[in-house]
Design a binder for this molecule. Structure first.
Ligand SMILES: Nc1ncnc2c1ncn2[C@@H]1O[C@H](COP(=O)(O)OP(=O)(O)OP(=O)(O)O)[C@@H](O)[C@H]1O
Ligand SMILES: [Mg+2]
Length: 149
């Protein structure tokens, strides 16, 4: 089962705090069913959760969380169509956050989400254009002997 290819896509709605974490939880549970090892499922779960919460909190129209599973890796894509990030270096800085007060009161807004996504990835890239949207790609390798694992 674990060398089957799969593509899993979840829509994340803007501002829907009640649903916060449900897409990443569903993804993690699918990965477990597919026999993805615990360590990799855990890393994908963190990446997906942080990506999902950012879509919920910042993307005007929500966005999409996607995972492609191959025997080599799990590729996670988090995509939205705006508002985009003006200064990516600043957004990537630990502790930087523009989370609204209501989100801070719920324990979000530590400014660690993007950092944690990168930290848990073997490969990480972020592209963003103001007014256009944000695209984040993260790869978690499945082969233990891959560099950086
Ligand atoms: N998809 C996005 N669209 C627009 N801005 C974003 C998006 N994702 C992140 N940002 C901006 O980057 C900042 C840093 O994001 P990051 O996930 O690292 O921290 P946070 O969401 O503020 O706090 P935490 O994730 O620790 O709860 C956000 O506060 C926000 O300003
Ligand atoms: Mg975040």
């Amino acid at each position: 089962m674990s060398d089957m290819n799969a593509s899993l896509t979840y829509e994340v709605h803007a501002g829907d705090i009640e649903q916060g974490g449900s897409a990443s939880a569903a993804l993690k549970s699918e990965l477990r069913k597919m026999g993805i090892c615990e360590e990799q499922a855990r890393r994908v779960g963190i990446i997906a959760f942080e990506g999902e919460m950012n879509l919920l909190l910042y993307a005007t129209n929500g966005g999409t969380l996607k995972a492609e599973v191959t025997p080599e890796a799990i590729d996670i894509t988090v995509e939205d169509d705006g508002p985009g990030i003006d200064d990516i270096d600043l957004a990537m800085r630990p502790g930087y956050s523009t989370a609204p007060d209501w989100a801070l009161n719920l324990g979000f807004g530590a400014g660690m989400g993007l950092v944690n996504m990168k930290r848990n990835s073997n490969f990480f890239e972020i592209h963003s254009h103001t007014g256009k949207g944000t695209l984040i790609r993260c790869r978690v390798n499945r082969r233990k002997n891959d560099a950086a694992d």
